[in-house]
Design a protein. Structure first.
Length: 254
């Protein structure tokens, strides 16, 4: 084999290796970009779901505080559940469980479609996963004082699975809307069996909110922490943080 043949072989080998390496890194980069786009898209939906859930918890907590203060003012649960119309009462029951289920649904969607291990170098994604885990732990927490709206981690997964719309596909999934949620409560026995205990918890919460205050405040605070990660510049929710933090700081301090 002459020198020219050896050189040609070496050049061809180097070229093949370089092409393979370049192809591998190109595909890996494209995959990471796709996953980050999913995280950006789903993260926005998760942020809105977290906002809606923390907002409902805030209304319950602030309403409880209003009920305890002197004067004729009524809190949210008192106004719309205890003294509301039958339609308002049913709205309180269903919508409270819906916003909890919607949050769990988006967590499940993220779990299915986004490979967080491949995003391990992203500090924002690491923080988001820590906050999601902390919220799951708070929902799972067992207390001698109150276990209303408690869900074991497997139950959280189950509710999340039920809230994912069946017609979705990877990258284009979504949760059930409120109308779809209410319809499934009426016609789907399996769905209703999973949701019924949470609705019963809302009924007990309306009867006496006090034992649940610390628990709900802890969950609400952790939801705000997640929103801080998903919306660090306060672009989506620029005005809610101050009053929301005020109520949680009061409750967690007591």
């Amino acid at each position: 084999m002459d020198a020219l043949t050896v050189v040609s072989a070496v050049v061809a080998l180097v070229g093949a290796v370089s092409t393979a390496v370049l192809g591998y890194w190109t595909q890996r980069r494209l995959r990471l970009m796709e996953q980050r786009n999913l995280m950006d898209s789903y993260g926005a939906s998760l942020a809105w779901a977290a906002y809606d859930l923390q907002s409902r918890l805030y209304n319950i907590l602030y309403g409880h505080e209003t009920d305890l203060s002197p004067g004729p003012s009524r809190g949210w649960m008192t106004s719309f559940y205890s003294h509301g119309t039958p339609e308002e009462r049913e709205y309180v029951r269903r919508s409270t469980v819906f916003v909890l289920g919607e949050y769990l649904g988006w967590v499940e969607i993220l779990r299915r479609d986004v490979q967080f291990l491949d995003l391990g170098q992203s500090r924002a994604n690491q923080r988001a996963m820590r906050e999601i885990s902390a919220i799951g732990k708070a929902l799972n927490h067992t207390s001698a004082a109150c276990n209303l709206l408690r869900l074991w981690r497997v139950e959280q997964r189950a509710i999340g699975e039920l809230m994912v719309h069946p017609d979705g596909e990877p990258g284009r999934r979504r949760c059930l809307g409120y109308a779809e949620f209410c319809e499934k409560l009426e016609v789907d026995e399996v769905f209703s069996r999973w949701i019924a205990p949470l609705i019963a918890d809302v009924d007990r919460l309306a009867e006496d909110t006090a034992p649940a205050v610390f628990r709900l405040a802890e969950i609400q605070q952790k939801l705000i922490d997640l929103i801080d990660v998903l919306d660090p510049k306060a672009q989506r929710f620029p005005q809610f943080r101050a009053p929301s933090r005020a109520i949680t700081s009061i409750r967690l301090a007591n």
